[in-house]
Design a binder for this molecule. Structure first.
Ligand code: NCD
Ligand code: ZN
Length: 354
């Protein structure tokens, strides 16, 4: 048995408000606990999006009633809310900026709209940028100009990891995360995931080439966090004519990474650093006393959507055999998950910015 600290996932989509049939704070935080996460940071691209004090209060109210693990909520950057968003910083996980193709309404194409956000958002919290390729380079330039931290969400490309490496070497305050699906899948796996339904392979950023995947593995020291970008859409939606992009990930991330440990591609200390120490520091998160995760490092099992708590009812890793199983999660002194069962009530979870 290995004991890990309660893990932190800095990138989760809960779908509440507006699309609880995909996920809500009850099902999503159950999935988080089953995956070994005791803090999740939730994204603002809901319906309506979270972009001001009313919408933030609305989502925090739902979370306080339903969440089973701890959480904090991002505020989204819109075309004219820079001042408002900055004033909410102490209540929010951080500011999320959507600078590239995404699901939902929060997208800022025009770079002049980025300026007031980089200028005004308090520097003690990071701005998280969904920015790919050249817009990622632009986001890093903004961080350099304003001398403030930016955290690049879900990097997937060789050029991205190499630019971040160079930016870090030059003292720019940039950190980044990578998702398990960009480490364990490439665009060559799309036919298998799709199984005749092209929409199942859709995710943003798209699955990249083998060369990109290799570059991420080669530059693991540049990667600060593993984040799931848990983006649940139901299997019917994925198989429809207009499939939304996104993969669920909360319940598969740690088992896939433990499996990589069993293959000597990673170490347990990499997991602790990228799923606990680094996200805790980057997002200024508090200690969770009497909180830990127990894993059976030699237990082999098969990933199955039917075993998951997520409402989306599918996984791109269906049928994968992994070595490393989460047996127990203790959160603030209470056993929250054991032997496949969630043991804390809805509402047990706390807002870590509360
Ligand atoms: C995300 C979603 O579904 O909310 N989808 C995705 O493919 N990652 C949106 C996003 O994070 O860009
Ligand atoms: Zn996302």
């Amino acid at each position: 048995m290995i004991k890990l600290p309660g893990l932190i996932d800095p990138h989760v989509h809960m779908r509440e408000p507006g699309a609880s049939h995909k996920e809500d704070f009850d099902s999503g935080t159950s999935a988080a606990l089953a995956g070994g996460f005791t803090i999740i940071l939730t994204m603002p691209n809901t319906k309506p999006p979270i972009f001001d004090s009313d919408t933030l209060d609305m989502v925090l109210n739902a979370a306080s009633k339903k969440a089973r693990c701890d959480y904090a909520q991002f505020v989204g950057a819109g075309p004219d809310n820079a001042e408002k968003a900055a004033s909410l910083a102490d209540k929010a996980a951080g500011l999320k900026m959507y600078l590239d193709s995404t699901f939902g309404e929060l997208r800022l194409d025009d770079m002049t709209l980025w300026l007031p956000h980089f200028e005004k958002y308090p520097k003690n919290y990071p701005i998280v940028a969904h920015s790919e390729s050249r817009s990622m380079a632009a986001a890093i330039l903004f961080a350099a100009i304003y001398d403030r931290p930016v955290h690049i969400a879900h990097i997937s490309l060789k050029e991205e990891v190499l630019i971040i490496k160079a930016a870090k070497e030059h003292g720019i305050k940039v950190t980044c995360e990578v998702c398990p699906h960009h480490l364990f899948l490439s665009n060559e796996d799309i036919p298998l995931i799709s199984n005749g339904h092209a929409g199942r392979g859709e995710v943003r950023p798209r699955l990249a080439t083998k060369e990109d995947v290799d570059a991420l593995w080669k530059n693991l020291d540049v990667i600060d966090c593993f984040a799931t970008d848990h983006a649940p859409h139901t299997i019917d939606e994925k198989d429809s004519d207009n499939p939304p992009p996104g993969f669920p990930g909360l319940e598969t991330a740690l088992p896939l990474l433990l499996n990589a440990v069993s293959e000597s591609r990673l170490s347990i200390s990499d997991i602790i650093e990228k799923m606990y120490s680094n996200p805790k520091r980057i997002f200024s998160l508090p200690d969770q006393p009497e909180t830990w995760v127990e894993v059976e490092e030699n237990a082999v099992y098969e990933i199955k959507a039917e075993d998951q708590f997520s409402r989306c009812n599918w996984t791109p890793f269906e049928g994968w055999k992994v070595k490393g199983k989460i047996s127990k999660v203790v959160l603030r002194g209470e056993t929250a998950f054991e032997d496949g069962k969630i043991l804390v009530q809805a509402g047990y979870g706390r807002n870590v910015r509360g």
